[in-house]
Design a protein around this ligand. Structure first.
Ligand SMILES: Cc1ncc(COP(=O)(O)O)c(C=O)c1O
Length: 460
């Protein structure tokens, strides 16, 4: 704590005894410094050590701290969400790419992976790209978002979901979540009714005067947003819906109007991610699905630098180098065959966490929507510090120190530096979950024994 105050005093060039913890927290202008100072202060308190001032600038993550204390990397004995690449077929496929030299954007695996994912989610077609963010970028552009417009987006999400709105020159209008952690459909409806005007030029956000064409829905942690209400609102106001299903490949509605429909296939377009922490991975990668064949054809064209002629390299538009590589897809074709097995493991471990933690006051293992068959991608605990007897961050730091990797939910997008001035609407529930959520190990290689060890450590 002393170091924290000394560091804050240095930052403001005032004597250390004139600065208090509260004034330091409130007046430090840079988020990075603030987060760093908080980390150092918390670590000093938890471990009863003092970090010298000159070491503070290097303390950017918990790992840096452990390295400082232990003089080595922190042990990670139970990872949060590790890829599962055990299928022997993967090495065979990679060998084929290497031996044939087809390691880049040609080769049989790309089309095969697209076909398999499309068949799995019951979409007519799919376009593989370099990342989920690239897929979202293309989809926003192809859904017609223009520079100077606004896109409705949730604040509780990974910033990579929202940044593509900026890439197309538009601005997010941030919305709240409900208890599913996904976009609150009632507030969305209220926003359209109260904060926007229907005009001949479409829906206009009154505060900024910007036109809104698209709602970006994120299916957070494998749960699914209330698509019935969201699609009704979209229809009522003439809006298109882009589903960020990067975390929800495999989740589908079991009940209601969309029964049998997979995340990503309900709106106008949907995007998956195959980043290493996702339910299946290609190292990095993404895929766009849509019922609109034209949109997919344009996505394919733009993702391959808008090449009209591959001999003379003629291009009729400014495209992107977003095509997936054959070596990525070589992993993907095996991974997609395993997805249902992965989901079953995740379901069983989620159930175990619920059984083992369910009776303890102050902890809730957040459920998935009863309307869906989720992919159980990420497990979220909501920690009520007072009732549990330990607050979320103290619990998190204790678990990390024991080699159990866990993490808080993302800092809300509307409070991130690039979006401090972005418009927002009635955000009340997201900050509650931001303070409470702890994501705990959920890898498909997590054994029941590991899950029990995590629960024992939590309940200690
Ligand atoms: C909600 C969300 N949106 C977008 C992305 C971006 O996907 P990618 O990392 O494949 O670009 C991710 C994850 O990485 C995500 O979790």
């Amino acid at each position: 704590m002393d170091t924290f105050l000394k560091f804050a005093a240095e930052l403001f060039a005032v004597p250390a005894d004139t600065i208090s913890l509260d004034t330091a927290y409130e007046s430090i202008p840079q988020w990075d410094s603030l987060a760093q100072l908080r980390l150092v202060a918390e670590m000093e308190e938890t471990f009863g050590v003092e970090i010298p001032i000159d070491a503070v600038p290097d303390m950017k993550t918990l790992r840096d701290f452990y390295r400082y204390i232990d003089g080595e990397e922190a042990r990670v004995e139970i990872p949060l969400s590790a890829p599962n690449l055990k299928a022997p077929e993967i090495l065979g496929n990679l060998r084929e790419c290497v031996e044939s030299g087809l390691v880049s954007s040609s080769g049989r695996f790309i089309a095969e992976f697209e076909r398999k994912v499309a068949a799995y989610v019951r979409s007519r077609d799919a376009v593989a790209v370099q990342s989920g963010a690239a897929g979202l970028h293309l989809a926003l552009r192809l859904l017609g978002v223009q520079p100077g417009e606004a896109v409705i987006a949730p604040t509780l999400t990974f910033i990579a979901a929202v940044n593509p709105i900026t890439y197309v020159g538009a601005e997010p209008v941030f919305m709240d979540c409900d208890d599913s952690l996904c976009l609150d459909p009632r507030k969305l409806e209220r926003f359209c009714a109260e904060a926007c005007a229907r005009t001949d030029d479409g829906l206009i956000h009154r505060e900024t005067g910007k036109r809104i064409r698209v709602i970006l829905v994120v299916h957070v942690f494998g749960n699914m947003a209330d698509m019935e209400r969201i699609m009704d609102t979209a229809d009522r106001y003439g809006l298109k819906v882009l589903e960020d299903a990067t975390e929800a490949l495999g989740s589908f509605y079991e009940k209601g109007r969309f029964a049998g429909k997979f995340a990503g296939t309900i709106g106008d377009a949907g995007v998956y991610s195959f980043n290493a922490n996702k339910i299946i991975t290609t190292g990095g990668g993404g895929m766009i699905v849509s019922g609109d064949q034209q949109l997919l054809a344009e996505a394919r064209y733009l993702s391959a630098t808008a090449k009209n002629d591959s001999l003379y390299f003629a291009h009729d538009a400014v495209g992107y180098n977003y095509r997936m590589l054959n070596i990525q897809a070589a992993i993907g074709v095996s991974q997609i065959d395993e997805i249902e097995r992965f989901i079953e493991t995740k379901r069983a471990n989620h159930q175990l966490y619920r059984e083992l933690l369910g009776r303890r006051a102050g902890i809730e293992v957040l459920p998935f929507s009863e309307m869906i068959r989720p992919n159980y991608w990420f497990y979220s605990l909501a920690i009520d510090g007072e009732r549990f007897g330990e607050d979320r961050d103290a619990l998190m730091n204790r678990l990390i120190a024991e080699g159990i990797q866990c993490r808080p939910v993302w800092k809300l997008c509307h409070t991130q530096k690039p979006y401090l001035d972005a418009p927002r609407f009635a955000i009340e529930t997201a900050p509650f979950y931001e303070r409470r959520i702890l994501n705990v190990p959920c890898s498909t290689s997590l054994t029941a024994e590991d899950a029990r060890a995590v629960c024992r450590a939590i309940l200690k």
